[in-house]
Design a binder for this molecule. Structure first.
Ligand code: TRP
Length: 457
């Protein structure tokens, strides 16, 4: 290892406490995926039947891949590209997983940051009451005014990027860890309050029915792919995020236990978000639409009719902003630490470079509701294309290679050694089971679901 690498490594920051590890990792998993994707995808694709496929994907594929990523990161204590170069020197180019992860990070951030931009703008609109109208035509007009204005779209996106960059500038311990430790409890508090308020409404049963009644007839290969893509997106896996966070894990942290807790807590957040949203939607006679319109058009109109609606609406958008912040931090940390460690530039320069690159890369998605709304590839706007490509193709492909790397190249002994912190933690049986999934089950399942879902077989 070169001298400069040594210098960087000896000063390398990490998460300082067990709670910090949990908060940061959960902060990455919880995000717009829980509030903006999970409820509407579940509702639209058959309720409980979709939920079941999603749960199976999470357990058989998501959890093992998440554990693999964290373990690789912690073992190498480096960014994804360096990590794979160190763990697999000289042979096959496994480090390309890190390169494709960096590309995926930019792709996801390009549309993700725009949705977060709307959320930030909506926090202000909720506070000043300008979106508080029970007439969906009014809330639709408010959303259109924002999303169809190229200047506002870009400016809000930049506000979000600079805000996240500012937190990253404070470092891993004082930035990411400190912020997520405060935000995660706040998130649960707000969610419980909102869920409780929603369950007291008349349409609660109907709302829960929409979310939980199975509709097996809606199951299809592409629905299964959607569920699996959601599992990847939710757990922040397949692109090196968990590898990067793993490199900040303490050696005595029991990775399978942490990953399992994160998975369960993330699922709770998703379910609570659904419980907060759908009863209210049905009580006031709205159609549960999907995508941006549910959060930005239907929700304000619903809250306007609820008792204490103004306060609840502010809470909802603050909650969404809080969830999105932890996720954005983890997405942006990947290119930042890659640029920092691979190019040997300072962390602050790496953050600046990432910000500039993202302002350029994100503009396509930011403008796809205005200036570029007619520009489509395969019938999708830049925004939808980035969403589709990342969840359904890049993340699962990354997942296949991570599973193959551990299962066939790294091998069971090194995996068990790394997972048990050289034998100090007694989790060898769990490690063997996870290894089996990684070697045989996860890659085969991912490939099958992708080929079927993309209509290739
Ligand atoms: N998991 C986050 C969410 O649900 C999004 C996210 C953060 C992500 N980091 C990621 C998705 C890495 C894929 C890869 O909103």
């Amino acid at each position: 290892m070169s001298q400069s690498n040594n210098r960087i490594n000896s000063k390398r920051e990490g998460f300082s406490s067990s709670f910090g590890v949990l908060a940061a990792t959960l902060g990455s998993a919880v995000g717009l995926g829980n509030i903006w994707k999970f409820p509407s995808l579940t509702g639209a694709n058959g309720g409980a039947s979709f939920l079941l496929i999603y749960l199976l994907s999470t357990l058989m594929i998501g959890l093992p891949v998440m554990i693999a990523e964290i373990t690789l990161g912690r073992k190498a204590k480096a960014n994804p590209i360096t990590a794979l170069r160190t763990l697999a020197p000289g042979r096959l180019p496994w480090w390309l997983i890190g390169v494709s992860g960096m590309a995926a990070a930019f792709l996801i951030l390009s549309f993700y940051s725009e949705v977060v931009a709307w959320v930030f703008a909506y926090v202000l609109k909720a506070v000043n009451g300008s979106i508080l109208s029970s007439d969906p035509a009014v809330t639709l007009a408010a959303f259109d005014t924002l999303s169809r204005d190229p200047v506002q779209s870009l400016l809000w996106q930049w506000v979000v990027l600079v805000f996240i960059g500012g937190i990253l500038l404070c470092g891993v311990t004082k930035g990411i860890e400190a912020i997520t430790k405060k935000l995660m409890p706040l998130l649960f508090l707000l969610l419980l309050l909102l869920g409780g308020a929603s369950l007291t409404l008349d349409g609660a049963a109907q709302g829960l029915g929409f979310l939980f009644n199975p509709e097996w007839s809606k199951l299809s290969a592409s629905v299964v792919l959607t569920a699996m893509g959601l599992a990847f997106f939710k757990l922040s896996i397949g692109m090196g995020t968990m590898m990067t966070y793993g490199s900040y894990f303490r050696d005595d942290q029991n990775i399978p236990v942490t990953a399992f807790r994160v998975m369960c807590a993330d699922l709770c957040v998703s379910l609570l978000a659904g419980i907060a949203i759908f009863p209210a939607v049905f009580t006031f006679g709205f159609e549960p639409s999907s995508g941006p319109s549910l959060v930005f058009i239907t929700i304000p109109a619903v809250f306007a009719q609820m008792p204490m609606g103004h306060v609840l609406m502010v809470m909802f958008f603050v909650l969404t902003a809080v969830a999105a912040t932890g996720a954005m931090l983890s997405l942006m940390e990947v290119p930042v630490v890659i640029l920092h460690e691979r190019l040997g530039i300072s962390r602050s320069k790496a953050i600046m470079a990432t910000l500039v690159l993202l302002m350029v890369a994100g503009s396509g998605a930011a403008l796809s509701h205005s200036t570029l709304s007619e520009f489509k590839v395969a019938g999708l706007t830049m925004f939808d294309l980035a969403d589709y490509l990342s969840s359904n193709i890049l993340l699962p492909t990354g997942g296949i290679f991570i599973a193959l790397f551990v299962g066939w190249f790294w091998g069971v002994d090194r995996f068990i050694q790394a997972l048990s912190n050289q034998g100090q933690l007694s989790n060898a049986t769990v490690a063997r089971a996870i290894f089996f999934l990684l070697r045989y089950v996860s890659p085969a399942l991912i490939l099958l679901v992708m080929l079927q879902g993309l209509d290739l077989i």
